[in-house]
Design a protein around this ligand. Structure first.
Ligand SMILES: [Fe+2]
Length: 251
């Protein structure tokens, strides 16, 4: 099964607004168009997962604009919430046509669980005890499991980023490591590629469609050059082949 992960689109209600961060100004609509065109060249995508920070401006108009963009993708698209998103608008506007905002999906051979790690007015990730109890029920399957969420649940070795990861990381890891069917956790938020294995679970971070943060820095350092997405090939035996696909900025 071929899955594409796109992340941290940071889109606005218009095609002209820019995300301004640490001296850089990025037109996130234009960067997403490049990623969208690259995805249209891909063949046989079974599904696309968007791991949060879909909107930069979490207005109703932004989600209506984003829905129009995502409707052009030739695959089912599963959307989940990041710290910049409005969960209510995301569920309302990104849950029509080929767009889905659901808790989990059973494909023929895998279970994919979509988690909302956002908390109002909080940059870091959060899971309530109720969410973790619900997750424990969703983990009850004989199929291999892929978990998708926005925040990173393991340290990525950047001090400033690790202060805004998942706050209940220990509880979350203790829960998922008990179920040997959990094969991987994919996430966004970190705007960089990441691939580590802990407790036999692969933790995979994707680059953003708009701009990257340089890895292993104590403070924020921007790398505006590269954009792209992650490829995941989920095999029926529970193995995963994965790589980051860079998209040419000057096309
Ligand atoms: Fe982001």
């Amino acid at each position: 099964m071929k899955i594409i992960q796109i992340s941290d689109l940071h889109l606005f209600a218009t095609a002209t607004e820019t995300m301004d961060i640490a001296g850089f100004s990025v037109n996130t609509y234009q960067t997403f168009q490049k990623v969208r065109h690259a995805l249209q060249q891909e063949s046989d995508i079974d599904l696309i997962i968007v791991t949060g920070d879909i909107a930069q401006d979490p207005s109703k108009q932004a989600y209506q604009h984003i829905a129009k963009q995502l409707h052009t993708l030739d695959a089912p698209v599963y959307c989940l919430t990041g710290n910049h998103d409005n969960p209510e608008y995301l569920k309302r506007f990104l849950n029509t046509g080929n767009l889905h905002s659901i808790d989990y999906l059973d494909t023929e051979s895998w279970r994919i669980i979509f988690l909302d790690s956002s908390k109002p007015n909080c940059v870091a990730g959060h899971f309530s005890d109720e969410q973790l109890a619900k997750l424990a029920e969703q983990l009850d399957t004989h199929k291999p499991i892929l978990i998708a969420m926005h925040h990173h649940p393991v340290p990525i070795h950047s001090q400033w980023m690790d202060e805004i990861g998942l706050q209940q990381a220990e509880k979350f890891i203790n829960l998922i490591k008990q179920q040997e069917q959990v094969k991987a956790v994919i996430f966004g938020h970190i705007h960089q590629a990441f691939d580590e294995t802990h407790h036999n679970i692969r933790f995979l971070g994707s680059i953003s469609s708009c701009l990257q943060f340089v890895a292993q820095q104590d403070d924020l350092v921007i790398s505006p050059q590269s954009i792209g997405y992650r490829h995941l090939n989920l095999q029926t035996n529970g193995n995963i082949d994965t790589y980051i696909q860079l998209v040419e900025q000057n096309n």
